[in-house]
Design a protein around this ligand. Sequence first.
Ligand code: SF4
Length: 368
Amino acid sequence: MDKKKIYIKTFGCAQNTADSERIKTYYWEKGYEEINNWKEADLVVINTCIIRESAENRAYGLINNVGLVKKKGKKIKLIVTGCLSGLADKDKSGKKIRELKRKFPVVDKFLPIEKISFKIDPLRDKRKAALIPISVGCNNYCSYCIVPFARGKEISRSFEKIIKEAIRVKELGFKEVVLVGQNVNSYGSDIVLKGKTKLKPIMVKSMGKGRIPTLFPYLLEEVAKQGFEKVSFVSSNPWDFSDELIEVIARNKNIDRLLHLPIQSGDDEVLKKMNRGYTVKEYLNLVKRIKKKIKGARLSTDIIIGFPGEDKAAFERSIEVYKKADFEIAYLNKYSARKGTVSAKTMKDEISRAEKKRRWWILEELIN
Ligand code: SF4
């Protein structure tokens, strides 16, 4: 008998990629084989990202295309998971899931990703680096970001299980590993607060809540000790980047020297409106400490262009900051208001598309 066919489309970040690997395994165990053409699939799974308008629209486009083919009589089961389903699932009033079902009647199931257990040993894509999720969710509420609403509060996986997974991927022959989380370097706060560790927590400056404990430097060092050629982590945040973390990276040569440190804006007023937990001075100080202690450290970053309040002077100031930080790569995103976030509710998206594009080009030329 022919195997049933599954097509999985993943939008968004490394976390979604890691989730898709577990989804793929789940269906592989049920006898499905993965294919690259959704038109020939029995089951289409769309793993959505709604952090930016463009990614959300591309997911809608695919849902609609599958819908058109289904209407013509092709039997395809369509499952939508990821942030879009998460957002609906976390809305206890049930309004959001009703809205989604009304808007997309072609979708057979909106699946919260939490239903795909971490107990699944994922079939990893055949590339050099194995992705290991270490936490899900985020407690930070940056004013533009939908993640805390779609993924919920930050929950850390058990330290021991992560190390076991690292040992397993090493045995499988992976030379590189990437630790993945929405806010990777606050890993373990919940474990400490529940009293479930004997490790001495490392305190970091958290956003608006004083200081919080983390275990990330211990975890990173333990993974590095397993002997991988390269260990990386995404995405970290400046306020959780402790001196202990810098020291761990400095003394473990196999930890990637290209560090991702999202700045988002180079202007204090804009950072405040974004509810980011640092000033430009604090950020540049951190960069200085990193570069001083970690030989060969290079930085990549995320920048939002045209956030409300980023007038021309603020943009000019930001350029100067980006020059000082000397980024090797910047992931540039033009601001788009995401429904349900603080910035969408309280701030006007006042900068024109043309101006955002102009600024995008300036930064692209300057950094990338
Ligand atoms: S730290 Fe901010 S930008 Fe990152 S996931 Fe959390 S809320 Fe979103």
